[in-house]
Write a protein that binds this ligand. Structure first.
Ligand code: ZN
Length: 433
């Protein structure tokens, strides 16, 4: 019998990382070519998945019409809920099952549309319901047994990176928690990133979704390195393998792009160069975190968004209270990075320098990144901490309980975060400046 390979036994450190990405088409006008791209994939009947606000711009319909020139029949489903829930995704799945069959899906919109399209694709090619596939312990943690149909993701808001990732995020209403479905089969086949589509994004959306980009880059750059995990067997490999040289490259490039474009894109939405840089930053950050993973700010964002009381952010539909994903992620980020600083001081300092190269010397090194973040958040109109979106000290226990449900994310943190550690981060994040 051969000896086991070196390191392939318990206790040995990981030596392997993986990198996955969709095909990418980037640039002004890239979205004019989707019909051709689908025809090249052999597709004949595509469902365009979007929300009513994006549908009102006429863009999804234009994309659908463009497909017919290439003999791809298309219909538009515009019932996506912004910040989707298990129920809204199931409704989309039921609609698609009723009006199928489809052999391709095209998501046009923000992360909500792309994530809903992932769920629709998953459940039109695999049996069961949405909750069966949601990460355990919130859902059934089932893995798709069959391949999915081609999914083309066309982001119209820069931020989520959903066009690059294997994840779809949703609110599970009965448990008042945000969770996700995560599997390599969920990664879109093709990401079409057309900066011209983001020009109409309101300033509040640019600010919140930009903070999401920023946190994707920062969290993947500071994630627990892949070498810190025990060696896995091939069948145990997960899409998020921790910081690695390839994800580091994308994450740091995203930070440099954000440093020069983020404030400009919020201040002047018609600044096309700033929009192009933000679209690139979102793509780069997605290609980084889509492999490395994210950690404490994202784990905390789930209960912040899921337990919102009565907060209505500017730039979003105001019929429902919400803390948009990127805003929810950012609100505890400064304190989360103060907490993770000791795990890799040089990475935290490097990230701060990339984001604000001429920043004044901080009072202490651990404050460098939190200071850069809070200055930026204040400049672009992000609320001053979780207190400003309606949370108080009495809510911390429930927020901690919600964050602790995100074990998949917390496992990527460079330092173990206990319930007490998380409570401290939430308390210190009530007001940030
Ligand atoms: Zn995010």
């Amino acid at each position: 019998m051969p000896e086991p390979a070196a390191g392939a036994h318990d206790g040995a450190a990981e030596t392997v990382f993986t990198y996955g990405a969709p095909q990418l088409k980037y640039g002004d006008g890239a979205s004019d070519e989707i019909g051709y791209d689908l025809s090249q994939l052999g597709c004949t009947r595509a469902l365009v998945v979007t929300d009513s606000r994006v549908a009102a711009t006429g863009l999804p319909q234009r994309i659908a019409e463009q497909m017919t020139r290439f003999d791809v029949e298309a219909a538009v489903y515009d019932g996506v809920r912004v910040e989707p829930t298990d129920e809204s995704m199931q409704a989309a799945v039921d609609w698609a099952r009723e009006h199928g069959p489809w052999d391709a899906f095209v998501a046009v919109g923000g992360g909500s549309s792309i994530d809903t399209a992932k769920a629709v694709d998953l459940l039109l090619t695999n049996p069961g319901t949405v909750i069966d596939y949601v990460n355990a312990p919130v859902g059934g943690g089932r893995a798709p047994a069959h391949r999915l149909h081609p999914l083309v993701a066309v982001p119209t808001t820069t931020g989520t990176g959903s066009e690059s990732t294997t994840v779809c995020v949703l609110d599970v209403l009965s448990q008042r928690v945000k969770s996700g479905i995560s599997h390599p089969r969920l990664r879109p086949t093709l990401a079409v990133v057309d900066p011209l589509l983001t020009v109409t994004q309101p300033a509040g959306v640019t600010a919140a979704s930009g903070m999401d980009i920023l946190c994707h880059a920062l969290e993947s750059y500071t994630a627990r390195p892949y070498t810190a995990s025990p060696r896995k067997q091939p069948e145990q490999r997960v899409p998020y393998c921790g910081a690695n040289p390839v994800s580091d490259m994308w994450s740091t490039q995203a930070l440099s792009l954000l440093a020069t474009s983020f404030r400009k894109a919020v201040r002047d939405g018609d600044d096309l160069d700033a929009r192009r840089a933000m679209a690139q930053a979102a793509t780069f950050a997605g290609l980084g975190f889509g492999n490395a993973g994210v950690h404490i700010p994202h784990a905390n964002a789930y209960p912040i968004a899921g337990q919102v009381g009565d907060f209505h952010p500017a730039g979003y539909p105001d019929d429902e209270a919400m803390v948009p994903h990127g805003m929810a992620v950012s609100l505890t980020a400064p304190e989360a990075f103060r907490f993770t600083f000791p795990a890799s001081p040089e990475r935290h300092l490097h990230a701060a320098r990339l984001l604000e190269p001429d920043a004044a010397e901080p009072a202490d090194d651990a404050s460098a990144l939190p200071d850069v973040l809070t200055r930026l958040m204040r400049d672009i109109g992000i609320p001053d901490g979780i207190g400003s979106v309606g949370f108080g000290a009495d809510d911390v226990d429930e927020l901690v309980a919600g964050a602790l449900k995100q074990q998949r994310l917390l496992a990527t943190a460079p330092r173990e975060a206990t319930a007490d550690d998380l409570a401290g981060i939430f308390h210190r994040s009530m007001a940030l400046w």
